[in-house]
Design a protein around this ligand. Structure first.
Ligand code: SF4
Length: 342
């Protein structure tokens, strides 16, 4: 493992791409970018990152941002609990740490939404600490290099890999470079679900899977649980040029975001109107087609209806299409229906 470190760092310095969060890798910038990059592609993150930092340039700004505005800035990135945890952690940093992120992985891990991986990334990249950041990419790379049959779905394997890496981690600028080098190798060379590009790999001379032509045997990973399927009926309730919205509960999936009235099951228009308690005299109901949204553990299979009412129901919030697009954080799960607004 010792011999891999200089090879990886030297290689990374030749392939490193300019990205907005690398221009000035302050602890705050590294933190925001690492949280946004979880489960999300780099190209998708860049515009969100720029907009977020332009509006919330400091930890104090993030701690004070109204929830609705935060959700609007995050709209489309998904996994909204990440945004809520960012704000909670920012409030702790302001109240307990003078507005500065703490500099060790142990202290970082105590903040909401910061797990082992993110703590390692911030500690090594922003503070030069000898702390690895082990995610699926790094697990795959290390299990191929060492031809390890340990199941990477197990927590114990992650801990072992973290400890093996920690033992050879450099300090200072090289700590961050090694973290980024391992991530880059996993994302661009030692690829998942396809043949790795071993001939362009800086550590192929040290890779046991490559030497034994067994790269397709690693990593070993036990199966995932199948996603649960939930049927839902979504209503675009319309009065004049305004549509009805309601706020989701403060806990659970998509907590605190705005949505169109909807109910469990594939219902007839009349049943859905009753279940969603739409009042205001229904003039017309027409079907709107179907949509599907995939969450990590769940799929929503949706059908929809447009429901014309002749008076606005005071228990719902009403807005026209432009207002919904600019002022209300409606999650991507409802993208199909948002696209039908006139
Ligand atoms: Fe991955 Fe191939 Fe490099 Fe080994 S040689 S680390 S399998 S890309």
């Amino acid at each position: 493992m010792n011999e891999l470190v200089p090879l990886l760092i030297r290689w990374y310095e030749t392939v490193r791409k300019p990205l907005p969060w690398r221009e000035s890798p302050t602890p705050y910038h590294v933190w925001i970018s690492e949280i946004m990059l979880q489960q999300t592609r780099i190209e998708a993150v860049i515009p969100y990152y720029r907009r977020f930092l332009a509006e919330l340039p400091t930890v104090a700004d993030l701690a004070a941002v109204p929830d609705d505005r935060l959700m609007k800035l995050w709209e489309g990135l998904g996994y909204y609990s990440r945004a809520r945890n960012l704000k909670k952690a920012a409030q702790v940093i302001v109240s307990d740490c003078n507005g500065e992120l703490p500099g060790t992985a142990d202290e970082l891990r105590r903040l909401p939404g910061i797990g082992d991986y993110t703590a390692g990334a911030i500690a090594s990249i922003a503070f030069g600490q000898p702390e690895p950041a082990v995610d699926g990419n790094v697990l795959r790379v290390i299990s191929r290099i060492t031809a390890s049959s340990e199941d990477i779905a197990l927590e114990k394997t992650k801990t072992n890999v973290r400890e093996r890496l920690r033992a050879v981690y450099p300090v200072g600028r090289e700590a961050g470079l090694l973290t980024e080098a391992l991530m880059e190798l996993g994302e661009t060379v030692c690829l998942p679900n396809t043949a790795p590009r071993c001939l362009g790999c800086p550590v192929c001379g040290h890779c046991q899977a490559f030497a034994t032509r067994t790269t397709d045997c690693y990593p070993v990973k036990s199966g995932k649980k199948a996603r649960r399927i939930e049927e839902r009926t979504v209503l675009l309730v319309k009065c004049g040029n305004r549509y009805a919205l309601r706020k989701r509960p403060d806990a659970g999936i998509l907590a605190g975001m705005w949505e169109f009235p909807n109910a469990a099951g594939h219902l007839s228009g009349k049943e859905a109107v009753e279940k969603c308690k739409v009042s205001g005299k229904v003039a017309e109901i027409r079907p709107l087609g179907t949509a599907k949204h995939i969450f990590s553990h769940l799929e929503w299979h949706m059908i929809g209806y447009e429901v014309h009412v002749i008076a606005e129901d005071g228990t719902l919030t009403w807005a026209n299409a432009d207002e919904i697009r600019t002022d209300y954080a409606v999650p991507t799960a409802f993208r199909y229906f948002t696209g039908l607004l006139e």
